[in-house]
Design a protein around this ligand. Structure first.
Ligand code: NAP
Length: 252
């Protein structure tokens, strides 16, 4: 049995990825603070199982308790292949670095960097113990590769997740375990995250007009299309390049 563990399934890209897995008959375990009732309906329609775990990934004790629960639940199913899609993330706080609030910064890095790394580490360990194949995906951003005025937190957390991806993949590659870890940059999409970006002040975020224009000119991609591209990459299992930072733009 194949299982997909996906974070941030209540909306946006995470919902689309979960939907695509369910439609291809793969059991989904979804994590987010709010439950997504649409996914349960899609699971029922496709006669496949969907389980939701309510968790604030920025809360360490909540994260650890959820991981223990996940391991117990998965142990009884003994998956042959586990996918982990680290998708949940936030862009805020948006501000010049010298004006960033300490608490907001801590929350940001716990959610965007620490939680995905811990989840990846734990699932790699778990699949090694139960002798299952593992493919881990960190959803990243173009912000990992270029400095953006006002996005000091987001550029840094996404750059960090890219380097983690490459390091974890290097270790698995050198040990010839067959376990794979990649990152996937989904490009600009029509989600709540973009809405929040457009509501920034120009003082905090210099490029705000450019992002408003993306929406006005209908340049934001649909999450189902982007999620489908990721599923196509994952389905071609033998071709997955360990440690690669996949760019959605190369698929259009
Ligand atoms: N949208 C874009 O243009 C764009 C561009 C490049 C990269 N990305 C990346 O793509 C991924 C998905 O973004 P999106 O645009 O789909 O975001 P979104 O619409 O804002 O959705 C974010 C998801 O993350 C979950 N989440 C947020 N805070 C959480 C927390 N503390 N604990 C658990 N879950 C939490 C949310 O669920 P709850 O609120 O229910 O917890 C939601 O399901 C992110 O990694 C983002 O960085 C997006």
């Amino acid at each position: 049995m194949k299982i997909a563990l996906i974070t941030g399934v209540s909306k946006g890209l995470g919902e689309s990825i979960a939907k695509a897995f369910l439609e291809s008959g793969i059991k989904v375990l979804g994590i987010s603070r709010n439950e997504n009732k649409r996914l349960r309906k899609i699971a029922d329609k496709n006669n496949v199982s969907y389980q939701h775990y309510s968790c604030d990934l920025a809360n360490m004790s909540g994260l650890e308790a959820t991981i223990e629960q996940l391991k117990q639940d998965m142990d009884s199913h003994r998956p042959s292949l586990l996918y982990l899609i680290n998708n949940a993330a936030i862009v805020e706080p948006i501000n010049q670095v010298h004006q960033l609030d300490n608490e907001a910064l801590l929350y940001h890095f716990q959610l965007n960097t620490v939680a995905p790394i811990i989840l990846m580490n734990q699932m790699l360990h778990f699949t090694t113990i139960i002798d299952a194949n593992f493919i881990g995906v960190n959803i990243t951003s173009g912000a990992a590769d270029r400095p953006i005025y006002g996005w000091g937190a987001y550029c840094s957390s996404k750059a960090s997740i890219n380097m983690y991806t490459r390091t974890a993949a290097l270790e698995q590659e050198e040990q010839k375990t067959g376990q794979k870890i990649i990152a996937f940059n989904p490009g600009i999409m029509n989600t709540n995250m973009q809405q929040l970006i457009r509501s920034s002040s120009k003082e905090a975020f210099r490029e705000v007009d450019k992002f408003k224009a993306y929406k006005e000119k209908n340049q934001l991609r649909d999450t189902d299309t982007v999620g489908g591209i990721l599923i196509d990459i994952l389905n071609d299992e033998a071709s997955i390049e360990n440690g690669k930072i996949y760019q959605v733009n190369e698929y259009f």
